[in-house]
Design a protein around this ligand. Structure first.
Ligand SMILES: C/C(=C\Cc1cc(O)c2ccccc2c1O)CCC[C@H](C)CCC[C@H](C)CCCC(C)C
Ligand SMILES: C[S@@+](CC[C@H](N)C(=O)[O-])C[C@H]1O[C@@H](n2cnc3c(N)ncnc32)[C@H](O)[C@@H]1O
Length: 229
């Protein structure tokens, strides 16, 4: 399963950023900006972007923590990480980002290391959500926050139907034209399996987070889980 997920992301790497812009009508940039804000990262912080992919959230986090801060971006797809590193070369001055190839279920960091963390569209894709939350808990300092952005199923049935229609009739056909039908068709079943905001809150509490909130955004089609260790 883990290898299958890695293969999906390695395969979509050439079109990933462009399709996110087109398919979300640019909205994913706003959702990511909100996520970084909710992580409460501040200048000088040591911060972590889990499942960083091509680095969209990582670069935003780097802007927040500034020259005195540090950012680590972790992902297990070498192709997406390669794109992130190529993008990084276009920045002047170079942001203080360390790109690491690795599994977010087994993070290569000490306990109590980070002041803030973000994760964008990663939690739905990991093979063990509880283990992933436990690893985030472990590496955050007491009192530190993580903000976790992902798709969400709106509780309003008509909005849920619009979301499903959009995935089936826009996202998958556009990806099919690029030879990536299976890869994008994977989003829908992964969303069906993904815990609701309420369920995510319950899981995060069980892991031990002190304060947990889930913010539905984009009419409930997306959500941000904010946890404080
Ligand atoms: C940045 C976005 C998605 C990232 C993403 C996450 C995944 O788990 C994938 C799995 C497999 C292939 C690709 C991805 C992937 O790209 C969010 C924006 C892109 C979405 C595909 C667009 C979804 C739009 C909403 C369902 C509805 C928005 C309607 C509105 C009219 C814009
Ligand atoms: C949809 S992409 C999101 C990329 C980026 N965060 C964004 O918002 O654009 C999901 C990412 O999660 C990564 N991923 C999934 N499971 C992972 C794991 N167990 N360890 C590390 N990375 C993982 C994939 O390689 C992929 O880059």
């Amino acid at each position: 399963m883990t290898n299958e997920i890695r293969t999906i992301f390695n395969r979509i790497a050439p079109v990933y950023d462009q399709l996110n812009d087109q398919l979300s009508l640019g909205q994913h940039r706003i959702w990511k900006e909100m996520t970084v804000k909710w992580s409460a990262a501040k200048p000088g912080d040591t911060s972590l972007d889990l499942c960083c992919g091509t680095g969209d959230l990582t670069f935003r986090l780097a802007r927040r923590v500034g020259r005195t801060g540090k950012v680590y971006g972790v992902d297990f797809s070498p192709n997406l990480l390669n794109n992130a590193q190529e993008r990084c070369k276009n920045y002047y001055p170079q942001p203080p980002i360390n790109w690491l190839e690795g599994d977010v279920l087994n993070l290569p960091f000490e306990t109590n290391y980070f002041d803030a963390a973000t994760m964008g569209y990663g939690l739905r894709n990991v093979k063990n959500i509880v283990k992933s939350l436990q690893e985030i808990y472990r590496v955050l300092k007491p009192g530190a926050k993580a903000a976790i952005l992902d798709f969400h199923r709106p509780s309003h049935q008509q909005l849920r139907a619009v979301q499903q229609w959009y995935l089936d009739n826009c996202v998958v056909p556009i990806a099919t034209n690029l030879g990536l039908k299976e890869e994008y068709a994977y989003i829908s079943p992964s969303l069906d399996r993904f815990p609701t905001g309420r369920e995510q809150i319950e899981l995060a509490r069980q892991v031990g987070f002190q304060e947990v909130t889930h913010y539905p955004i984009a009419n409930g089609m997306m959500g941000v889980l904010v946890v404080i260790r």
